[in-house]
Design a protein around this ligand. Structure first.
Ligand code: NAD
Length: 511
């Protein structure tokens, strides 16, 4: 068997190699298979089922939570320097297992191997970065009137439930676990039921690297069973959710009704704005990376390309030419640039939305004929969508405001700076965006005016764990990454100590 061919055999071999073939929830350092509904896992590149596992169910989720409550107590009592050292070891262990993790992710999720490798490297970076913070979570000494020594300590929430989507399972598992762990919390990862495997392996590796039992658990199963149980149990300290807007809202309401605070990282419909004075080759390259990397299954995807009239036709031609050269193919082939759509339902959604956009008046610029390398190969049954550029996507088009979450970019023309800004701000999302221009004042004006949690000037899609990330509006609230994790994953406790001399009147600042 050629190990670089996506197939049921390759995916099964990866599950065997990494997890000894066992799929279940990870708690107390071991995998426990569930007893709920049967869930099938699919090779996205071929459409075939390669594994099945049992949903953990609400009871399974609660067993994971019990373990995590014990883990939270252990972790909170662990010296901060020891926590930092363990997280450093986790980073090193993920690096040591990088190729195994990348192959597992690529073979079982359908992510292009080059993207999977890059994402594993990011997870190494995340644990490395947060290991550096774990022994630097500090309170403050606060001057107040009178004879008082008043200070704050930062107190972890206890158990943080991190719910993640299918588009970047390993990346989001690292993104939403390294920070809460560094802050002293135990974490329960609830990965998407479509893609639980790399998260399971990450938890195993972290445990082997020294994370005590129960500190990093994984609860596998559907949102309606496992996810719902974990967001409605008052013993949970905080929920961090990455996923779609409708589910995020449901999770936010359920958690709020139970008194659990949330961080929500939701979808986007980001505008990539190109002015006539831009470096057009760089802007065209940027537009390609913005939407087509990861086959567009990215929350920050630049799915709206707004182009100033003078250069509209030229830029569209350059983007279309580059799009037609992107290598669609077997995710395990290291030269593949675009893999399949990861889930079957999402595949149907993307095709429906392309048709809808065209019905609403958009014109297809790129081809929709899949290459023979796909149609006449073992990949013919996979979830393939060609990089798709549509022009004439007017504000009234459904594609202007609906997140496609696939390799589909809708372009349109604008004349003035203010028009471009108004158009960029014309959706309820506010996750990301970019401007391409050589005019410094314009770059800063547009960056300041577009309502988005992340904005790039003459660049797209760069993110780093040191920099805050999150959305405005429908794209969510709260921030992950960066030093702000201390506010996100701990609460301040104020301590008042009188320092008056013995016998002096009690210093009063009563409420
Ligand atoms: P989704 O909302 O369908 O599912 C996300 C997670 O929520 C899954 O683990 C799912 O099992 C769980 N879930 C579903 N119902 C639940 C419930 N009632 N209670 C608790 N958990 C529940 O999202 P998806 O389709 O997996 O991912 C795609 C979406 O994720 C896109 O909208 C994308 O933009 C978004 N996303 C956002 C970011 C970001 O950082 N802003 C990053 C990646 C993906």
């Amino acid at each position: 068997m050629n190990p670089m061919i996506s197939s049921v055999e390759t995916a099964s071999a990866a599950v065997e190699r990494s997890l000894a073939g066992r799929i279940g929830s990870f708690l107390d350092g071991r995998i426990e298979t569930g007893s709920g509904a049967d869930i099938g896992l699919i090779v996205a590149a071929t459409g075939e089922t390669f594994a099945r596992f049992a949903d953990g169910g609400p009871e399974g989720a609660l067993a994971v939570l019990e373990s995590s409550l014990r883990g939270a107590a252990t972790w909170a009592a662990t010296d901060a320097f020891e926590r930092a050292a363990i997280l450093r070891r986790v980073s090193a262990a993920v690096e040591a297992h990088a190729e195994e993790l990348a192959l597992l992710e690529s073979a079982t999720v359908g992510k292009a191997l080059r993207d999977a490798r890059a994402e594993v490297a990011k997870v190494v970076e995340m644990f490395g970065y947060y290991s550096g913070w774990a022994d630097k979570v500090m309170g403050q000494t606060i001057p107040v009137p009178g004879d008082w020594h008043t200070y704050t300590e930062r107190v972890p929430y206890g158990v943080v439930v991190a719910i993640t989507p299918w588009n970047a399972p390993l990346f989001t598992a690292g993104w939403n676990s390294a920070a809460p762990l560094a802050a002293g919390n135990a974490v329960i990862l609830k990965p998407s039921e479509f893609t639980p495997l790399s998260t399971l392996r990450l938890a195993q590796i972290a445990h082997e690297a020294g994370l005590p039992e129960g500190v990093f658990n994984v609860a596998v199963g559907a949102g309606a069973t496992v996810g719902a149980a974990l967001t409605t149990d008052e013993r949970v300290g905080k929920v961090s959710f990455i996923g779609s807007v409708p589910t995020g809202r449901r999770v936010g309401v359920a958690a709020a009704q139970t008194g659990i605070p949330t961080v929500l990282e939701l979808g986007g419909k980001s505008a990539n704005i190109v002015f006539a004075d831009a470096d057009l080759d760089r802007a065209a390259d940027g537009a390609i990376a913005a939407i087509f990397s990861g086959a567009g299954q990215s929350c920050v995807a630049g799915s709206r390309l707004l182009v100033q009239r003078e250069i509209h036709d030229e830029l569209i031609a350059r983007v279309a030419e580059r799009a037609s050269k992107l290598r669609l193919g077997d995710p395990l082939d290291p030269s593949t640039e675009i893999g399949p759509i990861i889930t079957r339902p999402q595949f149907e959604t993307v095709r429906t939305l392309i048709d809808r956009g065209i019905r609403d008046g958009a014109r297809r610029v790129t081809s929709d004929a899949l290459p023979a390398a796909i149609t006449a190969s073992h990949l013919s049954g996979g979830h393939w969508v060609l990089p798709t550029l549509l022009e004439g996507v007017a504000p009234s088009n459904a594609l202007e405001t609906t997140e496609v979450f696939g390799p589909v970019v809708g372009a349109d023309v604008f004349d003035t700076e203010e028009e471009a800004i108004a158009r960029a701000n014309g959706t309820r999302f506010g996750l990301a965006g970019a401007v391409w221009t050589e005019n410094v004042a314009r770059a800063h004006h547009v960056a300041r005016s577009v309502r988005a949690g992340t904005f790039w000037v003459n660049a797209y899609k760069t993110i780093h764990v040191a920099v805050p990330f999150g959305g405005f509006g429908d794209s969510g609230h709260g921030r992950s990454s960066g030093p702000g994790f201390i506010d996100e994953y701990t609460q301040p406790k104020a301590v008042w100590v009188p320092t008056r001399a013995a016998g002096a009147p009690f210093p009063s600042l009563s409420y």
